[in-house]
Design a protein around this ligand. Structure first.
Ligand code: SAM
Length: 280
């Protein structure tokens, strides 16, 4: 009888976040496939467990995946873990799940810690609809192209990012979405130095300028505000006065309202200048 692949989430920074079911699954599995056995052994020591382990990571997954599948088909149960979080989310676990699924082998996911849901839930941004973008491409041209393709995205966007690329990514986010777009920079979630900054993309870039960012980051970026029917200039003008009443200068208010309502910036500004409400 074929065995089973269990996807076992592990803490993203706080050992207390391992669930009872995750621990029981690790205990019962015949063997553990780990991204880095040195990291996993610390968790096993914390749980008082000793288990046979194999490695499964991005550099050996082509050979290790089929070898793990053969053992499962032979009747063993395997618990897949990564260094942190939910296996198969932005890591090669997705290939092993696909391999097992294609071979008709049962896969069972245990729910647990995942950086993207922790960041989204604490971001303060709309959570009803969101898109997870994982890591942006390394190559700057491809990264910008991917961000440009998200220019009209209205859902909240979630990105994983490495600290040494944070500056470049914040600049690229500002170029793609504008520096005024709200975002949350979520750093070292669940760890001692957890930090959640809710600000605009421009403010985030300023905040980190001249600093060497440290730790692990999830960037949560607001989607584009829903746009009214293109050409709805009267509604855009009403929005200009709303923003003026909040203290925004006329030019900036016209630019923001034009973006929100999909009308021409210059035309809206000219109408605003000629409008009797201008002296507001
Ligand atoms: N499978 C993992 C999960 O469920 O979140 C993600 C693996 S991915 C290789 C690693 C990335 O997750 C990091 O570069 C970072 O963007 C994010 N991450 C992981 N732990 C984090 C933490 N404690 N705080 C913030 N981001 C974290």
């Amino acid at each position: 009888m074929a065995g089973k692949l269990y996807l076992v989430p592990t803490p993203i920074g706080n050992l207390g976040d391992i669930s009872r079911r995750a621990a029981e699954t690790l205990e019962k599995a015949d063997f553990i496939a780990a991204e880095d056995t040195r990291v996993t052994v610390k968790l096993l020591n914390h749980l008082g467990l000793k288990k046979p382990m194999v490695t499964y990571h991005r550099h050996n997954c082509d050979a290790a995946g089929p070898a793990i599948l053969r053992r499962i088909e032979g009747g063993e149960t395997c618990a897949l873990v990564t260094d942190a979080g939910t296996p198969a989310i932005s890591d090669p676990g997705e290939d092993l799940v696909a391999l097992c699924a294609a071979a008709g082998v049962a896969v069972e996911a245990i729910p647990g810690p995942c950086a993207l849901t922790v960041a989204l839930s604490v971001s303060g941004l709309p959570t009803g609809r969101f898109t997870f973008e994982g890591f942006l491409p390394l190559n700057r041209k491809n990264r910008r192209a991917q961000l440009d393709s998200l220019a009209a995205e209205e859902r909240t966007m979630i990105f994983y990012e490495a600290p040494h690329k944070l500056h470049a990514t914040l600049d690229d986010l500002a170029a793609a979405f504008g520096p005024g777009r709200p975002m949350a920079v979520c750093r070292e979630l669940t760890k001692l130095h957890e930090e959640v900054l809710r600000l605009t993309i421009g403010e985030a870039a300023e905040r980190y300028a001249g600093q060497e960012p440290r730790g692990e980051f999830v960037l949560v970026v607001a989607g584009r505000p829903p746009q009214a029917e293109a050409g709805d200039e009267d509604a855009a003008l009403a929005r200009v006065w709303e923003l003026r009443r909040e203290g925004m200068p006329l030019k900036a208010a016209s630019a923001q309202a034009a973006e929100e309502y999909g009308v021409k910036k210059r035309t809206l500004y000219n109408r605003a200048v000629q409008s009797p409400e201008q002296g507001l």
